[in-house]
Design a protein around this ligand. Structure first.
Ligand code: ADP
Ligand code: MG
Length: 693
C-alpha cells in the first residue's frame, strides 16, 4: 500500500455552499484522492492522496474548472476580501450613473434605451459570466442565471427600470452578504485562535524562533509570559501560571513548576518556563483540537445534507414551475397578457432562490461547533451537535467520569503473614507500572520502587478486572475479587487484590470521591427529562452507594467492558425512535467500544487518551460533568437559530410570492426575499457565538 499524505488548501473566494459541495464531489471522484472535504465555513479543502507530483496543479485545474474565480492558496496564507469588493462597488456605481443619466437626462427615448442597455451590461457582467459558466460547465441553473434572466426579462417586457433595480439590489446584497459571511467566518476563527505561530527553541545558550512543526521531541523550548505554549511537553525549569481557557473554557489560572506536564494551546499568563518537548506539533494537543474542529463538517448533519441535496434539484423544479406560470396563466385568466405572466414567472424565480438556507445552515452548525470548542467541548461533527439536543438517556461510566479516578489508598492488608506490607505493595506497583488505569496511578503514588522492568514478563491487562504478569517464575494477578476468585471479602469500597500463583496474599482498599458539582449536573439533566444511568466495573456495594448519593436509580455494577457493550446495545434498541438518543459518557479507559456504539459518545478529561478521542463523538477537555449540559444548551441554541432562519426564509418568500401574485409586490421585494433574507439569516447566525450560554 502506498502512503497517503494529507493536504490542506484554502479556497479563496468560494462564496456559495453549493459550489463547495460540487468541488468536494468532483475531487472525490478523481482517482487517487481520498477523504476529501471542503469546509464552506472555513474555506478549507482537505484530502489525502498518495500522488507525489503535481497535486496542487491538478487541484487548481479541478477547482477552476468548476469555479473559475476561486483561488487555491496554501494553508496559512491569508488574503483580505476588500480588493474584490472595491472593484464591484465601482462597477455598481458606474452602471447606476449611466442608467440615471439616460433616465433623467432628457436625451430622448433612444438614448435612454441605450443607456439602460449599457448599464444592464455593466451591472450584469459578473453575474452573467458566473451563471453562464454554471450552465455550460455544470449544467445547472443557479441563482446567477435566475437573476440575469429576470433582469433581462424585465427589460424585455418593458420594465427596464425594474431590470436595473433587480441587478443593483442583488449586487448590493451580494457585497453585504460577502461581508456578513466573512465576519461570521472571522468570529468563528477567532474563537479557535489557539494555533501557535512559533516556538522559541533553545540550542546551547541561544534562543531561536522557529515554526512549531520544525521542533523535534527532546528539544528544549522557552515560553515567556504572554506566549502560547506551542507543543506538548514537560517543564524542566522555571514556574508559570497558565491560562488554559482556550483549551478547557475555564479561566482559572493553573500553576505549573518543574516536572509538570503542559499542553500546547495554553497561554503563559505569568512567569518563564523551559519545556522539554514530548510530542511533535502534528501530535500535540493544539493540533489535534484544530484538526478535529476543522474536520467536523465531515460528519454532516441530516439538515445540512438535506439542504445541499435539495438545492441541487430545487432550482430546476422552480424553473419548470415558472415556465408553467408563464405559459398557462394567460390561458386560464383571460385578462393576463403574456408579458405580465412572464414577468410574474420571473418574480417567482427570484423569490424562490434557496440561497439563504444553503448559506446559513452550514454556517450555523459551524458556529455551534466553534462555540463549543471555545468552551472546552470538542464536537466532531454537525451531526453530533444536532444529536446532543435529542438526548433522552445519558449513561455514565463511574471511575474517572463520575468519580475523580484519583483513588486514596485507605488501607493495605496483608492476608498472608509470609509477606510484609512493603513486599505486597511492590508486587502491586510492578504490575501497575505498565497500566494506565486510574487505579494504577494512585498505587504508584505510594511507592517509588526501582525494579528491573525486564524481569516482568507476559504483562497482560485484563480489561475491567485488573492485570496479570509473571515475575521470577511466579504468576501474579492484580485486580478485583472476580479476577482473583476471592469471595471472603465483605468490606465496602473498591478493593483490589494480589494473588501469587494460587494464593491471595494481600489487598488494598481504595476510596474514590465523587467529582465536585456532579450531583448538580445530574440534577440539571434530570430537569431536562433526561434519564441518567451508571455503568461500572466496580463492585456492587460501592456502585450503589454512589448512586444513592447522586440519587440515580439505574445503576449496573461489576460489568466487564463486554457487559457494558451489551447493556448499551439493549438500551439503544429499546429507546430507538421513542425516547431520544442515548449518550455514553466515559473516561475512555477501556470503554472505547461503548463510546463508539452510543448515538453520542462523550469522553471526558480529553487530552491524553488518544483512543478515546478517536472513538468518541464529543470530547470534553475538562473534568466537569456539567459540560454536558452546556453542550446540550449550545446544540439547542444552534438548532433554534437554524429553525428561525428556515421559518423566516420560507415565510418571507411565501408572503412575497402571494403579494406578487395579487399584484402588490414587484421585483424589488422579490430581490429582498432573496438576498435580504440571506444577509439577515447570516447576521442571525452570529448570535450563536455572541449569546452567553
Ligand atoms: P469503571 O467501569 O468504573 O470505569 P473499570 O471497568 O475501569 O471500572 O474497572 C473495573 C474494576 O476492575 C475496577 O474497579 C478494579 O477493581 C479492576 N481493575 C481494572 N483495572 C485495574 C488495574 N489496572 N489494577 C487493579 N484493578 C483494576
Ligand atoms: Mg472507566
Amino acid at each position: 500500500m502506498n502512503i497517503l499524505k494529507s493536504y490542506k488548501y484554502i479556497l479563496y473566494g468560494l462564496d456559495c455552499a453549493n459550489c463547495a459541495k460540487k468541488i468536494e464531489d468532483k475531487i472525490a471522484k478523481t482517482e487517487g484522492y481520498e477523504d476529501v472535504n471542503v469546509n464552506f465555513s472555513t474555506l478549507k479543502l482537505s484530502f489525502k492522496t498518495d500522488k507525489k507530483d503535481g497535486v496542487k496543479e491538478e487541484i487548481v485545474k479541478i477547482v477552476t474548472s468548476l469555479e473559475p474565480e476561486v483561488e487555491v492558496l496554501d494553508e496559512g496564507k491569508k488574503k483580505e476580501d476588500t480588493q474584490r469588493n472595491g472593484f464591484d462597488i465601482i462597477r455598481l456605481i458606474l452602471g447606476l450613473v449611466i442608467f440615471l443619466i439616460g433616465m433623467y437626462g432628457n436625451f430622448g427615448d433612444l438614448v435612454c434605451n441605450i443607456c439602460t442597455v449599457v448599464s444592464l451590461i455593466i451591472l450584469l457582467s459578473r453575474t452573467a459570466v458566473k451563471g453562464f459558466k454554471q450552465v455550460t460547465k455544470n449544467k445547472v441553473l443557479d441563482e446567477n442565471t435566475l437573476i440575469v434572466v429576470s433582469s433581462i426579462g424585465a427589460y424585455l417586457v418593458g420594465k427596464g427600470m425594474e431590470g436595473v433595480m433587480v441587478i443593483t439590489l442583488y449586487e448590493i446584497g451580494k457585497i453585504l452578504e460577502a461581508r456578513a459571511v466573512s465576519k461570521t467566518r472571522k468570529s468563528i476563527s477567532s474563537l479557535m485562535d489557539i494555533k501557535p505561530e512559533y516556538a522559541n527553541i533553545k540550542i546551547n545558550d541561544d534562543v531561536k524562533k522557529v515554526l512549531p512543526d520544525e521542533v523535534k521531541i527532546g528539544d528544549i523550548i522557552v515560553v515567556k509570559a504572554g506566549e502560547k505554549i506551542p507543543l506538548d511537553g514537560k517543564v524542566i525549569s522555571g514556574a508559570a501560571e497558565l491560562d488554559n481557557s482556550a483549551l478547557t473554557g475555564e479561566s482559572k489560572l493553573v500553576k505549573v513548576k518543574k516536572d509538570d506536564k503542559v499542553l500546547s494551546g495554553s497561554i503563559n499568563a505569568q512567569g518563564l518556563i523551559e519545556i522539554e518537548v514530548e510530542e511533535v506539533y502534528e501530535n500535540s494537543t493544539v493540533n489535534q483540537i484544530l484538526n478535529m474542529v476543522e474536520n467536523a463538517t465531515d460528519k454532516k448533519a441530516k439538515t445540512e445534507n438535506f439542504v445541499a441535496k435539495a438545492a441541487k434539484i430545487y432550482t430546476p423544479v422552480v424553473m419548470g414551475l415558472a415556465v408553467i406560470v408563464a405559459i398557462f396563466m394567460p390561458l386560464i385568466f383571460k385578462d393576463v397578457t403574456y408579458s405580465q405572466s412572464i414577468y410574474k414567472a420571473l418574480i417567482f424565480l427570484v423569490i424562490s432562490c434557496p440561497c439563504s438556507i444553503a448559506i446559513s445552515v452550514p454556517l450555523s452548525y459551524f458556529s455551534g461547533i466553534g462555540k463549543s470548542s471555545k468552551r472546552g467541548i470538542l464536537v466532531k461533527g454537525s451531526d453530533y451537535l444536532d444529536g446532543l439536543k435529542d438526548i433522552g438517556t445519558v449513561v455514565f461510566d463511574k471511575t474517572g467520569t463520575i468519580t475523580t479516578g484519583s483513588f486514596e489508598v485507605s488501607q493495605i492488608n496483608a492476608l498472608d503473614s509470609n509477606y510484609s506490607e512493603e513486599e505486597i505493595l511492590n508486587y502491586f506497583a510492578m504490575g501497575e507500572s505498565f497500566s494506565n488505569h486510574p487505579i494504577a496511578q494512585s498505587i504508584l503514588k505510594l511507592t517509588n520502587i526501582d525494579f528491573d522492568k525486564q524481569k516482568v514478563e507476559d504483562f497482560k491487562e485484563i480489561s475491567g478486572r485488573g492485570l496479570s504478569y509473571k515475575f521470577e517464575g511466579n504468576t501474579i494477578l492484580v485486580g478485583n475479587k472476580e479476577l482473583v476468585d476471592y469471595d471472603k471479602d465483605k468490606t465496602e469500597g473498591t478493593k483490589i487484590f494480589l494473588k501469587i500463583n494460587e494464593t491471595v496474599i494481600g489487598a488494598i482498599n481504595l476510596a474514590d470521591t465523587i467529582k465536585e458539582g456532579t450531583k448538580d449536573a445530574l440534577d440539571k439533566l434530570k430537569d431536562r427529562d433526561i434519564k441518567v444511568r451508571i455503568f461500572t466495573g466496580d463492585n456492587r456495594r460501592i456502585a450503589n452507594k454512589i448512586a444513592d448519593e447522586l440519587e440515580v436509580k439505574n445503576v449496573e455494577a461489576e460489568m466487564l467492558p463486554a457487559d457494558k457493550y451489551n447493556a448499551l446495545e439493549k438500551i439503544l434498541k429499546k429507546y430507538k425512535n421513542t425516547d431520544g438518543k442515548v449518550a455514553f459518557v466515559g473516561d475512555g479507559i477501556n470503554d472505547s467500544p461503548v463510546l463508539a456504539l452510543a448515538d453520542v459518545g462523550v469522553s471526558m478529561g480529553g487530552v491524553g487518551a488518544n483512543s478515546a478521542i478517536e472513538a468518541s463523538d464529543v470530547v470534553i477537555m475538562t473534568d466537569s460533568i456539567d459540560k454536558i449540559n452546556e453542550a446540550i444548551e449550545i446544540s439547542k441554541k444552534t438548532s433554534k437559530i437554524i429553525k428561525q432562519n428556515l421559518i423566516f426564509a420560507i415565510t418571507t418568500k411565501i408572503v412575497i410570492l402571494v403579494l406578487s401574485t395579487i399584484g402588490i409586490a414587484g421585483m424589488w421585494q422579490a430581490v429582498f426575499a432573496d438576498v435580504g433574507v440571506t444577509i439577515l439569516s447570516v447576521l442571525n447566525v452570529l448570535r450563536i457565538m455572541w449569546k452567553k450560554i
